[in-house]
Design a protein around this ligand. Structure first.
Ligand SMILES: [Zn+2]
Length: 458
């Protein structure tokens, strides 16, 4: 943190002394006054734009096409004149075309699983790894972790950034890490019980699977020392959160990140659970109108765009995340001054269109979790018959409902049908299925099966 002014450091030290209860010193930038934060952001922005301009030919040519050079950044508001970066830029420059440092300075590569074709590759220098550890430490501190916590990390280790990101953050914080990685659910449950695990980090869909399996094994997670869930890597609803918190007897926090920016550690909920604090001294957020690209004011909903302010190996200037949210400028009751964003309910990538209606899986999840007797295990199946799109929702119901007389099932079906029709404005084919009949995910859940382009008898 070389670019802090001396008086900021004095102020921060006073802040630490003032605050009751420990918080990690790495969290200090979370509490910067706006003027100090903006000074820091501008200095870093000017440096990162110059670095990208000098070292990334694609960025340089796009700047030149607009008649711009790094001197054009005189204030934070000048950022909105710069070109966007999109996911296709990463694909088209596969594997190393967007790197801004020589390979001799790159100490780590990660890659995202490309659903089609080549993955997207991201790179880190030694300093980048340190920044990543710092923001993940701040994430975990934000969720209330401290020294003495035992964190079981069930995010996958490997090319996916989730596992190692959470791992380094927890170690830097001073917690004990159990690097369980994804899968092998029975062993996960054994470790939670035998080690006295207090924090579980995984995708929310895997958390629900683990809760269910624990119950089958006769392990009541509410009776374990487990107290915090760190959940991320996929959108999840407040209904899903309530289910996890109640059945596991914990507080579950939403964390946000993406490999193109750094991995997990871009933003995190705090104990207030009312939006995610963006670590905006490293990741500068903008909200744009996804159609026009115009920057929207705080409070308005649009697509989240992020500029990395400190990354060296692969700086991202105005990266379009395709996530829909809004920035919250109002102060948070936790005392942090960095801005928050609303929880991501919708990813443009997840949206599908059925009979002219835009549908997000989270809307279906919200509707079905509001109806008693359903379980948070579902999938959406899209097909086409006689040229017409059909949408089916398969959802598991509780053993009580399933084993009861036909009337209980019909009752749940009627209420669920009404809830979904009310939310989406269209009728769907509802299939209530018995517990455990939908495949469980050990990482990110695949909620939608789109079979509309498969050959069908219709
Ligand atoms: Zn807060």
């Amino acid at each position: 943190m070389h670019d802090f002014h001396a008086k900021d450091i004095v102020m921060l030290r006073e802040l630490w002394n003032d605050r009751k209860g420990g918080f990690h010193p790495a969290s200090a930038p979370d509490y910067l006054p706006e003027s100090a934060l903006q000074r820091l952001q501008l200095g870093r922005l000017q440096a990162v734009v110059a670095h990208a301009y000098e070292n990334v030919p694609l960025f340089r040519s796009r700047m030149e096409a607009r008649g711009l050079n790094p001197d054009a950044i005189r204030g934070l508001e000048d950022l909105q004149n710069l070109p966007f970066t999109v996911k296709d830029d990463l694909r088209e420059s596969y594997p190393f075309g967007l790197f801004a440092t020589p390979m001799s300075e790159v100490v780590r590569l990660h890659a995202s699983s490309g659903t089609t074709g080549k993955p997207t590759v991201v790179a880190y220098t030694r300093d980048d790894v340190e920044v990543w550890s710092e923001v993940m430490t701040r994430t975990l501190a934000c969720c209330g972790l401290h020294r003495g916590d035992i964190l079981q990390n069930a995010f996958g280790y490997g090319l996916f950034t989730g596992g190692l990101g959470a791992h380094y953050g927890a170690e830097t914080l001073g917690a004990t890490v159990v690097p369980a990685s994804g899968g092998n659910t029975d062993r996960q449950i054994m470790l939670i019980r035998d080690f006295g695990v207090t924090v579980l980090a995984c995708t929310p869909s895997y958390f629900t699977h683990l809760i269910e399996r624990a119950a089958e094994l006769g392990v009541d997670l509410r009776e374990q020392p487990l107290r915090i869930g760190i959940c991320g890597a996929e959108p999840w609803t407040d209904g899903m959160r309530q289910h996890i918190e109640q059945t596991a007897g914990i507080r579950a926090y939403d964390i946000y990140g993406l490999s193109e920016i750094i991995g997990p550690g871009v933003a995190s909920e705090c104990p207030e659970q009312s939006g995610l604090h963006i670590f905006e001294d490293h990741f500068y957020p903008e909200i744009i109108d996804p159609e026009t690209g115009a920057v929207l004011p705080d409070g308005e909903e649009g697509e989240l765009v992020i500029t990395t302010l400190s990354k060296r190996a692969m700086p991202m200037i105005r990266y379009r995340t395709r996530d829909i949210t809004a920035l919250i400028r109002e102060p948070c009751a936790c005392g942090r001054t960095i801005r928050r964003m609303r929880r991501i309910g919708r990813r443009s990538d997840d949206m599908f269109i059925i009979r002219g209606v835009n549908v997000y899986p989270s809307q279906v999840e919200t509707a079905l979790l509001a109806v008693e007797g359903t379980l948070p295990h579902y999938q959406i199946i899209l097909t086409r018959a006689h040229g017409l799109d059909q949408m089916a929702v398969e959802v598991e119901v509780t053993p009580e409902v399933f084993s009861d007389k036909v009337r209980a099932l019909e009752d749940v079906r009627a209420r669920l049908g009404k809830a979904i029709e009310h939310t989406l404005g269209i009728r769907v084919d509802l299939r209530l299925v018995e517990p455990r009949s939908i495949a469980r995910s050990e990482g990110k859940a695949k909620r939608v099966q789109d079979r509309r382009n498969e050959a069908s008898p219709g």
